[in-house]
Design a binder for this molecule. Structure first.
Ligand code: ATP
Ligand code: MG
Length: 399
């Protein structure tokens, strides 16, 4: 592709990022460290990214003139959340500014229906699902998929928003209307053993690098804790790596991407089983992807040679990915707005833990379920890191 032939952008160049949340903020921090400039674009002012960026454009995403002047102010563009209208990528591309990952990848990731068909085309195993656009189709889909199942809006879901679980007792018309009567995907409920994810990067020259596979624990459908690396059989980790490479190559990706997996329970010890004969363990089902750094990769800031945000900066700039080697076992713990319910958390108690690395995103309103920050703890083992991290987080509300 033409993008691949462009000369890499050196420090001093300006990277534009659509979106202005914590992912853009952490990208901006790495960019500042490495001497790059960052411009952010979103409808928000004094945003988590804008507080760190060199320039904050505050305008609606559908303001074509503003998007055009933003694109003219930067050398390359990326995004930190997927729900940016893909028109912005078209405008930027028309200005001759490379958009990495490319517009079609953004477009596919914006909608669960397109995302699942893209994953299937790439040869990745996805959860059994049906597209539904009215209650009748929902009834048919329930009949075909079975219950329990999860109904998810096709567009604009995050942190478990836009999802509802369907049990045998659930009234289908109320489930349908509770999500606003919009196009949805009905997915079989997967009885997974655990959830895993992998963050990978691919350079404009095709170089591929993936971080170790990690385990994610959710509470109320929101990521609570990530354990890096995941304690899985080497064959499962190798399969995740292979699937990530396969997807990045299929998409001709330039950038960073995360795949979330459901890991199915292991097969009984049977040397003749299908799984042990084929290259695939058959234990990984793809839940969803994000064509950008991911919450489950925040541990890389302290725990890996190259953070996922430096990786984003490198690949968006046309450079090769940096080393994804893990330096120490690490655990990430999210800090949600709920921790503020009785007032300001006890930061001093947290910071008394000398190994806890605190990240706060500069958000003004600590609403329940809102990601306000995170903690990373590295230690000799993941269990030690987890124990320390949980104690440090609990100390925030201990008085
Ligand atoms: P995010 O963008 O924060 O990852 P999301 O709103 O896009 O969230 P999903 O990743 O689809 O949502 O779902 C959130 C969580 O809900 C999953 O990580 C998993 O714990 C649970 N979940 C979703 N789909 C299923 C399923 N088919 N079977 C079992 N659990 C599921
Ligand atoms: Mg998810």
């Amino acid at each position: 592709m033409a993008q691949g032939r462009q000369a890499p952008l050196p420090p001093g160049s300006t990277i534009g990022v659509f979106g202005s949340g914590q992912l853009g903020r952490m990208l901006a921090m790495e960019a500042r460290r490495m001497g790059y400039r960052i411009h952010t674009y979103s409808p928000e002012r004094n945003s988590p990214t804008g507080q760190i960026a060199d320039f904050e454009y505050a305008a609606p995403y559908d303001d074509a003139a503003a998007v055009q002047s933003f694109a003219r102010s930067v050398d390359a563009l990326t995004f930190e959340f997927e729900n940016v209208p893909s028109l912005v990528a078209e405008i930027a591309e028309a200005e001759g500014v490379p958009v990495r990952p490319s517009g079609p990848i953004l477009h596919a990731a914006q909608n669960r229906q397109r995302e699942k068909s893209m994953l299937s085309q790439a040869g990745l195993p996805v959860t059994p699902h049906r597209i539904v656009s009215d209650t009748e189709e929902l009834e048919e889909a329930v009949f075909e998929i079975g219950l329990p199942a999860i109904l998810k809006t096709a567009a604009f879901g995050y942190d478990g928003k836009g999802q509802t679980r369907i049990e045998p007792a659930t009234r289908l018309d109320s489930a349908w209307h509770s999500l606003g009567g919009q196009a949805c995907v009905l997915e079989a409920h997967i009885d997974f053993e655990r959830e895993l994810s992998i963050v990978a990067a691919r350079g404009a020259n095709g170089d591929f690098a993936a971080y170790p596979l990690v385990e994610n624990r959710h509470v109320n459908h929101i990521l609570d804790v990530t354990i890096a690396p995941a304690d899985v059989e080497p064959a499962v980790a190798a399969e995740a790596d292979r699937l990530a490479r396969q997807l990045c190559e299929f998409l001709d990706l330039t950038g960073v991407l995360c795949i979330e997996f459901f890991c199915l329970p292991g097969p009984l010890a049977d040397g003749n089983s299908q799984a042990s004969r084929s290259q695939s363990t058959g234990r990984l089902l793809t839940n969803e992807i994000a064509p950008r750094p991911h919450n489950s990769g925040h541990w890389t800031i302290e725990g890996a040679v190259t953070s996922q945000f430096e990786q984003q900066l490198r690949t968006v700039s046309g450079l090769a990915p940096g080393s994804t080697e893990q330096l120490r076992p690490a655990v990430l713990l999210n800090l949600l707005g709920d921790l503020w319910q009785d007032g300001e958390p006890d930061w001093q108690a947290l910071l008394a833990f000398s190994d806890a690395k605190l990240h706060l995103y500069g958000k003004h309103e600590p609403r329940p379920g809102r990601k306000m920050g995170h903690l990373t703890v590295t230690a000799d083992t993941t269990s030690e890191a987890l124990e320390l991290g949980l104690a440090a987080r609990a100390a925030l509300n201990s008085n």
